[in-house]
Design a protein around this ligand. Structure first.
Ligand code: NAD
Ligand code: MG
Length: 393
């Protein structure tokens, strides 16, 4: 009998969170849910709490506290509210692994708190490493915890590296689907709506990452994520567009040999691998068929049309708090794009301008990152307002 793993899931009501709960549901002898959290979806959080009976739930939106508290009255689940509670609950005794499936830089503080408390991390929230990769990796090292990637590309690389000496890696290739606008021109992109951008060809995901996939910012964030996770130099990370999304990423070794990890685009697989690592456990997910995919294709990403990818490389080269600025500005423009308040191409312009406007710091502390994050949001928001007046959107 294997000891059950005690889990905390941050962002339990989202795309990754609900798929993680599917994995847990299918393996009741392996997991106990200790903590579930959500931003504002009280209804689903309550339903999940009644099913999994965690020790605590957190609803980040304090206006929803009374509703959750009332629904869970008489159960053994403690109900907390607010962002500070996220940092508190991840430190709970007995928690073995924290799955960070919340969106954006909001993931940074709870992840740092969990690492400091000695918890292993299953990382879906890539923004944490984009914003503060240097600081987070130093804490991972100091506290001797495991940082297990959930992002499909990083899971692929992680799986390719099992049994290998990490010094023998020559380079990695992150694959990208290219998103819904692959092959389109800037003229076309100038007119696209958020509804079009939300139609991803291969993956069903949360809104923010779906827009990031359409702009190629997602791949930019993933390049930075990979740099920190695998301790690579920027020149060792390449991006290749693979529209079928079957080859999830590749590692090239010192002798020229290349290993890849393949599978259908189904996030439950990398989630399960991270939650069960190092074990591979049987599941009933649909299997890949070569006959259904007779052709794999590969092409260069179009960095001129999709400027966000180039901006992310630039931010990574600059280092310090620059990727944090990039990320914060991106969170602002994506939220505004989803409201129809900024155009598709303007998103890159505003990110670039914000990167120029905020002071660069070479070795930021956690407080510096938080200050950079809010300053960058302020500037990006002002730029959105300015561009609205300019373009009459
Ligand atoms: P989602 O929008 O579907 O869900 C996000 C979850 O986090 C929800 O439970 C929401 O209530 C909670 N949340 C959002 N903002 C919060 C905040 N400020 N404070 C507290 N809780 C908050 O998002 P998702 O698609 O599941 O993505 C989650 C993370 O995983 C992101 O960082 C994303 O980049 C990454 N990721 C997602 C996928 C995918 O297939 N969805 C793949 C790879 C990586
Ligand atoms: Mg990914």
């Amino acid at each position: 009998m294997v000891k059950k793993k005690q889990l905390a899931i941050l962002g339990a009501t989202g795309s990754i969170g609900t798929q993680a709960l599917e994995v847990v549901r299918a393996n009741p002898d392996r997991f106990v849910i200790q903590v579930l959290t959500a931003a504002a979806n009280a209804e689903l959080l309550i339903q999940q709490a009644l099913e999994f009976r965690p020790r605590a739930v957190v609803i980040a939106d304090e206006r929803k506290y009374a509703e959750v508290k009332k629904a869970l009255a008489g159960t053994s689940t403690a109900v907390l509210a607010g962002n500070a509670a996220l940092e508190e609950v991840v430190q709970g005794d007995g928690i073995d692994l924290v799955l960070t499936a919340l969106v954006g830089s909001a993931g940074l503080r709870p992840t740092v708190a969990a690492i400091r408390a000695g918890k292993d991390i299953a990382l879906a929230n890539k923004e944490t490493l984009v914003v503060a990769g240097q600081l987070v990796m130093a804490l991972v090292e100091k506290h001797g915890v495991n940082l297990l990637p959930v992002d499909s590309e990083h899971s692929a690389i992680f799986q390719c590296l099992v049994g290998e000496d990490s010094n023998s890696v020559e380079k990695i290739y992150l694959t990208a689907s290219g998103g819904p606008f692959r092959g389109k021109s800037r003229e076309y992109l100038a007119t696209v709506s958020h509804e079009q951008a939300l139609r991803h060809p291969n993956w069903v995901m949360g809104a923010k990452i779906t827009i990031d996939s359409a702009t190629l910012m997602n791949k930019g964030l993933e390049v930075i994520e990979a740099k920190w996770l695998f301790g690579l130099d920027i020149r060792q990370i390449d991006v290749v567009v693979h529209p079928q999304s079957i080859v999830h990423s590749l590692v090239q070794f010192a002798d020229g040999s290349i290993k890849a990890q393949l599978g259908l685009p189904d996030m439950r697989l990398p989630i399960q691998y991270a939650l069960m690592y190092p074990e591979r456990v049987k599941n009933s997910f649909k299997r890949f068929s070569f006959i259904a995919y007779p052709e794999f294709t590969f092409e260069q990403p179009d960095r001129q049309t999709f400027r966000n990818l180039a901006l992310a490389y630039h931010a990574m080269e600059r280092g310090g708090n620059v990727p944090c600025i990039l990320n914060a500005a991106n969170e602002v423009v994506v939220a505004e794009f989803l409201k129809g308040k900024v155009g598709f191409l303007q998103m890159s312009d505003i990110i670039e301008e914000t990167m120029q406007a905020v002071d660069h710091l070479p070795l930021p502390s956690l407080d510096d990152y938080m200050a950079t994050d809010s300053k960058s949001r302020e500037i990006a928001t002002a730029l959105v307002t300015k561009s609205k007046n300019l373009y009459h959107i």
